[in-house]
Design a protein. Sequence first.
Length: 175
Amino acid sequence: MVVRMVWSWWRQKAKGTPAIGSVNARRYERIKERGMQALLNWSSYDQISQLESSLSVQLLQMSVFSFDTFLHRGETNDARLARLRDRDIEALQQIPDLAQILILHHDGYVREAALKQLDGSVGAPGCIYALFWRTNDWVPEVREAAHEALARVLPQTSAKVIVPALKAALPRIAS
């Protein structure tokens, strides 16, 4: 396993292309599966907040228990955060439907990238609610990307998915 991880890392460095690697790809797939299950079973505002916290913990665990961490000992916090941000954005591009989960990411750059990647119909009411929630994000670029994503996604999404999200969002419209 370690040899495979080292070999994968070395090949990526030799090519000069950022890739998430097979181990991290499996981790992102698990995060996507858990997140989609939570978004499908979503029923309240508090659950979106809990899912956002859970996602942050899972991504933190993934970065702490990563082989890549050993290779970058001594790097500054800013450099580490930028590297992890780039890895998450790369995962968005490689793993279909991960964007529906990473719109809840703690980093605004990743949220914006996830929102820009959303296209087509969305299958979970929790994802639609999270899109509404992101229209009130504290980062202006994320708010703009959320409005654009809603314009792309809502016409193609079933009313069975949109209505529960609207029912939950309307009482909170003032906030």
